[in-house]
Design a protein around this ligand. Structure first.
Ligand code: SF4
Ligand code: SF4
Length: 480
């Protein structure tokens, strides 16, 4: 307990919710604070400072107050030479934005497994924290991070489960670090609550889901792409999410870096939706000499949860750098103060969380086209299935079929306008998938032209002959 010191107790009655709370009144061991006597225009009766001279500076009230209404100042501090420490240290301002950094691997060709390339992409992107729980076919990511992070000054933690892993990554992000976790199937299900929390608290982080055949524990380690809908709709409340879908070891590296950049740019969890094929595939990939990295903005004193712009991304302070941070998954105003009964705050928040993503589709949407110039039919594919689909498109063209292919590299937000344009330009859209048609349903929503599904759910890589048969023979050989 501080001795020979005096303290000033400041209670902002405009922030205090009064008789709904009175946590500080009940917590103060010295009776400094008391229930209020004045009723405000909002109908609240805020707490009051009744006996300021009795304050011992324990800061219990300041710590417990959920609305940051109380400030305890050491009025004898001017006479001391003790420097401010911890959270009282001012943060260095940073406007954030793009920088160029040397990569973590030697530039040039490398040969490794997709999961390992994902881990290397994370290191190159500046990931300094990994928390995870092992699960096939994503375990190799965790294994490599456990080796590589200590070498690069980062922190690796094995958690007790995926719920805790996701929570730890969120906490690391608020301490100013770039963080990642990786999982599969059942682990991804467990992460859903905290992914929603990360969306609501605008916490940048990367979640890698190496998809495997489900439902439930299903065929552990066998490939499938059954988590497309879950990536967006698995958490409650309706959120916009960003999800990327690599098809190669090269993209397990490149898109992991991109996932970090997008998460920092938009302050959102970004999901890398790999699958057991691209995760366990070994092939060569190229590492550039430098990496373009985006870092979150840090503006001391700026509200961390709101901007003037409807689609704005606020700057993000960190714990321990002088800011008084209140982070909550409940509806909050621009300073993080809970406003759960305020319809205007809720509407403004929910809309901005959506608009900061959908108003920037041009920065997020990514795809590649193949043989599109004369295409009358267009295959729409993603992930490892696109490898089989492209082989099939080439065989079909050998037989004179005017087939092209659109490969999605980003799948959320769904690139509906791109689909609409190619639907208008073609006579048929064909969607091969290792699920029961999750993306083909989305394509149908955005296209007026006929859409066909080539579905395979046997836990094997999409058979290229299956797609070829469909392209050559139409729907007579539609897979079941
Ligand atoms: S804890 Fe904060 S909000 Fe609650 S009564 Fe005290 S000052 Fe008001
Ligand atoms: S700092 Fe401690 S003693 Fe002072 S008002 Fe707060 S709880 Fe009471």
């Amino acid at each position: 307990m501080p001795r020979n010191k005096t303290f000033a107790v400041t209670l902002d009655q405009d922030l205090c919710k009064g008789s709904d709370c009175y946590i500080c009144v009940n917590a103060c061991p010295k009776g400094v604070l008391a229930e209020g006597e004045r009723i405000t225009s909002k109908g609240l009766r805020p707490a009051q400072v009744k006996d300021p001279d009795a304050c011992t500076g324990c800061r219990i009230c300041e710590t417990l107050c959920p609305d940051l209404a109380i400030t305890i100042s050491d009025t004898s501090q001017a006479a001391t030479t003790v420097p401010a420490v911890g959270r009282r240290q001012p943060a260095s301002p940073s406007s954030g934005g793009w920088t160029t950094s040397p990569g973590a691997l030697k530039p040039g060709p490398h040969y490794m497994m997709g999961d390992d390339a994902c881990a290397e992409g994370a290191i190159a992107a500046g990931c300094a924290f990994y928390a995870g729980y092992p699960i096939t076919p994503a375990s190799e990511i965790m294994l490599r991070m456990a080796t590589r992070l200590p070498e690069t000054g980062g922190v690796f933690v094995q958690m007790e489960d995926e719920i805790a892993s996701m929570a730890a990554v969120i906490g690391a992000s608020w301490s100013g670090l770039k963080g990642m976790t990786a999982t599969a199937g059942p682990g991804f299900s467990l992460m859903m609550e905290n992914i929603g929390y990360a969306c609501m608290t605008e916490t940048p982080c990367v979640v890698v889901d190496i998809q495997r055949a489900g439902p439930s524990t299903g065929q552990a380690s066998r490939p499938a792409s059954g988590d497309i809908m879950q990536a967006k709709w698995g958490t409650h409340g309706g959120v916009e999410i960003i999800a990327l879908v690599p098809w190669s070891v090269q993209e397990m590296y490149d898109l992991t870096i991109r996932a970090f950049n997008l998460s920092e740019r938009f302050r959102v969890p970004v999901i890398l939706l790999g699958d057991a094929i691209v995760g366990h595939l070994r092939e060569s990939f190229h590492v550039e000499e430098t990496v373009e990295l985006f870092d979150r903005a840090k503006v001391p004193g700026a509200p961390p949860f709101g901007t003037e712009e409807e689609a704005g991304v606020p700057p993000m302070p960190a714990f321990g750098q002088g800011e008084r941070l209140l982070i909550t998954g409940s509806t909050h105003n621009e300073f993080g103060i809970r406003k759960t009964a305020d319809p205007e705050v809720q509407q403004r928040l929910v809309r901005r969380l959506s608009r900061k993503i959908v108003a920037h589709l041009d920065e997020i949407t990514d795809y590649e086209l193949y043989y599109e110039d004369d295409a009358q039919r267009m295959v729409i594919a993603y992930g490892s299935t696109a490898r089989s689909a492209l082989w099939a498109v080439k065989r079909a063209r050998d037989h004179g079929e005017k087939v092209g292919m659109l490969r999605l590299k980003s799948i959320w937000p769904f690139p509906g306008e791109v689909i609409r344009q190619w639907g208008d330009a073609c006579q048929e859209l064909i969607v091969p998938e290792t699920n029961l048609g999750q993306v083909s349903q989305l394509v149908q929503q955005h296209a007026t032209t006929p859409v066909s599904l080539v579905s395979q759910t046997n836990g094997e890589i999409m058979d290229p002959r299956r797609v070829t048969d469909f392209l050559l023979d139409g729907r007579t050989k539609l897979a079941s």
